[in-house]
Design a protein around this ligand. Structure first.
Ligand code: HEM
Length: 152
């Protein structure tokens, strides 16, 4: 089992994956709010048990009309932007990942639960990337998510 530091190094040293992350981020970030809402809706549909962790957000099926869910979706996307902006600097990547890991440790989110975002992420990439969708793009995001999981 690789450590947090080893996984962070693997992400920073994988130029091909970094190209895929930046390319797909360019597409995903074109509509930060819409992409964030789509990711959350996918998580709630694909892992209904995760809804229990988001009690603060109220009724989770109301999408953009739910201002708390909307706020959460936007801040989640800016968290991803922090990761993408740190891809060339392993120390920077580690410190932003640790910052977001703490937010989840405080909410009792385990590494396994956090990993449930990969399927919903794949579904977002399928829609947003269209003909440019490729499993290797999912693998690049999964490797980045694995760094967060290792910090939980
Ligand atoms: C791409 C993956 C994810 C990112 C980038 C992310 C990012 C964030 C951010 C930025 C916050 C707000 C932090 C704060 O206000 O303290 C947050 C809160 C939270 N996250 Fe995540 N998250 C991800 C995945 C998940 C998953 C998979 C779960 C659970 C299964 C989860 C559960 C939570 C919960 C329960 C909160 C608190 C919501 C609230 O009451 O405001 N997150 N997340």
């Amino acid at each position: 089992m690789s450590t947090f530091g080893e996984l962070a190094n693997e992400v920073v040293n994988n130029s091909y994956h970094k190209d895929l992350l930046r390319l797909s981020w360019g597409v995903l970030s074109d509509d930060m709010e819409g992409t964030g809402l789509m990711l959350m809706a996918n998580l709630f549909n694909m892992s209904p048990e995760s809804r229990l962790k988001f009690g603060r957000l109220g009724h989770l099926s109301t999408g953009r009309d739910n201002s708390k869910l909307r706020g959460h979706s936007i801040t989640l996307m800016y968290a991803l932007k922090n990761f993408v902006d740190a891809l060339d600097d392993v120390d920077r990547l580690k410190c932003v990942v640790e910052k977001f890991a703490v937010n989840h440790i405080n909410r009792q989110i385990s590494a396994e639960e956090f990993g449930k975002i990969v399927g919903p992420f794949r579904a977002v990439l399928r829609i947003r990337m269209g003909d440019y969708f490729d499993e290797e793009i999912v693998a690049a995001w999964a490797a980045l998510i694995a760094v967060v999981q290792a910090a939980l």
